[in-house]
Design a protein around this ligand. Structure first.
Ligand code: XMP
Length: 506
C-alpha cells in the first residue's frame, strides 16, 4: 500500500484516486501523522501532496524529518517537493514569476521516474514558491523557463520530487510518472481489485465483530446498501437493518428497497412505516431549517425505538465514504460526523462503528456493489437527500403535495431513463414550489401547481452545472406531467448552476 501525506492541496484527493486507478491500494493521512503510525501501516511508498502554504510561513504544515530515513521511497509533489527541498538542506524561495497552468517541461535526465518521457513534455504547474537549488546529493532532473528545478531526485535513497502536478489530466504523462514511481521504484504490483478488497473487508469485519450483534440504518441508497450487504456477508444473521420510511421517499422506493434486501439478500430487515408520524410533525411548518430539524429528530426517535427493541447491540454499520472521512479532517472528526449521519445516537448505546467503505470513492462503491450482485436500481441510484422530498417541497409539506411530487418525479425519471440519460446525470428530479398559477385546459380555467425540473452534473456536489437536456426530453416530460397530474398546470426547468443556487430547492 501507498500513503499519501496530505498537506492540504486541492488535488490531494486526485493523487489518491490516480494511485487507486493503477490498482494499488492507498490511504491518505494528515501531514502530522506520527512516524510510528506510518511504519505500522507497512507502506511501500509515500507521496507528499501539494498544499497552499509556503514552507517558510509560520505554522506551515511539515512532517517529521525522520521520514527520509525510513528507507521508504518518497515522491514529493509541488509543496511536497519544496518541503523535501527545505528539510534536506536545499534553498526554497518565492518565485519571481508565479507559474500557473500548462507549462513546457524540459527533461534533463530520464531516470526511473521519467524513463518514458520525451525531451520536452507538457505539465501543469500551480506554485508561488520554488526550489532554487536542490539539497546536497540531489540531481536536477527537469526544468522549465521559470523554475530551474522543476524536478529533482536522489535515486540511491529513492527520493523523488516534482514541482508540477502529475495527478491532473493536463500533465499528459502524469499517470505514467505515477506508475513508474509505484511499480518501478516502490515495487507495487497493481493487483488491488474489488475482489481482494471484498475478501479483506469480510475477514476484517468478522474479526472485529466476533459473536456480537450489528445494526445498520439502511436508506436504500448505494452507500448504505453496499455496506449492509458486505457486513451481511461477514456476519449473516447477526446483522439487522432498519429502514425508516418517513413518507418522503420517491414513488415505490420503500417497497423496492424492502423487496430487494429481503428476497435477494435474505437480510434481517425491519421496515418502519412512519408516514403519519412525520407528516403530523411537519404540519403547518414552512421554515426550511425547521423542517430539516423535525425530520432529523423524528428519524432518530424511530431508529432508537427500533434499536431498543432488539436488545444489546454492539456495532453500528455506516456507509461513510472516503471523501466524507477526508472532509472531516481527522479520524476522530470522522466518527463524530458518522454519528450525525444516523442522527446522533445516545452515548449510552456505546455503539462501535463499522465503516467498511471508508477507503472507497463513490465509483469504487458502485463497482463493489456490482461485484456483490446488487441490482442496477440500487447500484446506479442517483444521490437522494436524507430528508427526502422534504427538501424538494417549498412551504408546508403535506400528503397531497408529497403525492403530486412523487408522480411528477416518477415521470421525469422514466423519461430520463428512456432517453438513456439516467446514469450520465449526477441528479435529476422534480421539485414542488409553493406556488399556483392560472392556466387553461379544455376551455376551463385552472389554478394549479407548478412543477420545477432540476438536472445537474457534478463531481462532488460542492459545485454543479445544470444539464443541457434535449428539448425533446423536456417536452415529453412537460406534456406528460400536465396531462397525467391534474393538480399541475405548468412545468419549468431550473437553469441555475451551484453556486449561486444549491442543488436542492428548500
Ligand atoms: P445542496 O442542495 O446543498 O446539496 O446543493 C448538495 C448535495 O447533498 C444532497 N443533500 C443531502 N444529502 N442529507 C443527505 O444525505 C441531507 O440532509 C442533504 N441535503 C442535501 C443533495 O441531494 C446534493 O446531492
Amino acid at each position: 500500500m501507498i500513503i499519501v501525506l496530505d498537506f492540504g492541496g486541492q488535488y490531494s484527493h486526485l493523487i489518491a484516486r490516480r494511485i487507486r486507478d493503477l490498482k494499488v491500494f492507498c490511504e491518505m493521512l494528515p501531514f502530522s501523522t506520527p512516524l510510528e503510525d506510518i511504519i505500522a501501516k507497512g507502506a511501500k511508498g509515500i507521496v507528499f501532496s501539494g498544499g497552499p502554504s509556503s514552507v517558510y510561513s509560520e505554522g506551515a504544515p511539515s512532517c517529521d524529518p525522520g521520514i527520509y530515513k525510513l528507507g521508504i521511497p518518497i515522491l514529493g509533489i509541488c509543496y511536497g517537493m519544496q518541503l523535501m527541498g527545505r528539510q534536506l538542506g536545499g534553498v526554497v524561495s518565492p518565485a519571481a514569476h508565479r507559474e500557473y497552468g500548462k507549462t513546457e517541461l524540459t527533461v534533463l535526465e530520464r531516470d526511473k521516474l521519467f524513463i518514458n518521457l520525451e525531451p520536452t513534455e507538457q505539465c501543469w504547474m500551480s506554485h508561488g514558491d520554488m526550489v532554487e537549488s536542490p539539497p546536497p546529493g540531489f540531481t536536477v532532473t527537469a526544468t522549465t523557463s521559470k523554475a530551474p528545478v522543476a524536478a529533482m531526485a536522489r535515486a540511491e535513497q529513492s527520493l523523488y520530487a516534482v514541482q508540477f502536478h502529475p495527478e491532473v489530466v493536463h500533465t499528459p504523462k502524469g499517470q505514467d510518472i505515477l506508475q513508474r514511481f509505484l511499480f518501478d521504484i516502490c515495487g507495487c504490483h497493481g493487483l488491488w481489485t474489488m475482489t481482494s478488497f471484498l475478501e479483506q473487508a469480510v475477514d476484517e469485519i468478522r474479526r472485529q465483530v466476533g459473536d456480537k450483534k450489528v445494526l445498520c440504518g439502511l436508506s436504500g441508497g448505494v452507500d448504505s446498501s453496499v455496506a449492509a450487504v458486505l457486513v451481511h456477508q461477514a456476519v449473516g444473521d447477526r446483522l439487522t437493518c432498519v429502514f425508516v420510511d418517513h413518507g418522503l421517499l420517491r414513488k415505490g422506493e420503500a417497497e423496492q428497497v424492502l423487496k430487494v434486501f429481503r428476497d435477494k439478500f435474505k437480510i434481517n430487515l425491519i421496515g418502519v412505516e412512519a408516514h403519519e408520524r412525520f407528516l403530523s410533525k411537519l404540519s403547518g411548518v414552512t421554515d426550511p431549517e425547521r423542517k430539516r430539524k423535525i425530520i432529523g429528530e423524528e428519524f432518530i426517535r424511530v431508529f432508537e425505538e427500533e434499536a431498543d427493541k432488539l436488545g444489546q447491540i454492539d456495532f453500528l454499520v455506516q456507509g461513510t465514504l472516503y471523501p466524507d472521512v477526508v472532509e472531516s479532517g481527522t479520524a476522530t472528526a470522522a466518527v463524530i460526523k458518522s454519528h450525525h449521519n444516523v442522527g446522533g445516537l445516545p452515548e449510552d448505546m456505546r455503539l462501535k462503528l463499522i465503516e467498511p467503505l471508508c477507503w472507497l470513492f463513490k465509483d469504487e462503491v458502485r463497482a463493489l456493489g456490482e461485484e456483490m450482485g446488487l441490482p442496477d436500481e440500487v447500484v446506479w441510484r442517483q444521490p437522494f437527500p436524507g430528508p427526502g422530498l422534504g427538501v424538494r417541497i417549498t412551504g408546508e409539506v403535506n400528503a397531497e403535495k408529497v403525492a403530486i411530487l412523487q408522480e411528477a418525479d416518477a415521470i421525469f425519471e422514466e423519461e430520463i431513463r428512456k432517453a438513456g440519460l439516467y446514469r450520465k446525470i449526477w441528479q435529476s428530479f422534480a421539485v414542488l414550489p409553493d406556488m399556483r398559477s392560472v392556466g387553461v385546459m379544455g376551455d376551463e380555467r385552472t389554478y394549479a401547481y407548478t412543477v420545477a425540473l432540476r438536472a445537474v452534473n457534478s463531481q462532488d456536489a460542492m459545485t454543479a452545472d445544470w444539464v443541457r437536456l434535449p428539448y425533446e426530453v423536456l417536452e415529453s416530460v412537460s406534456s406528460r406531467i400536465v396531462s397525467e397530474i391534474r393538480a399541475v398546470n405548468r412545468v419549468v426547468y431550473d437553469i441555475t448552476s451551484k453556486p449561486p443556487a444549491t442543488i436542492e430547492w428548500e
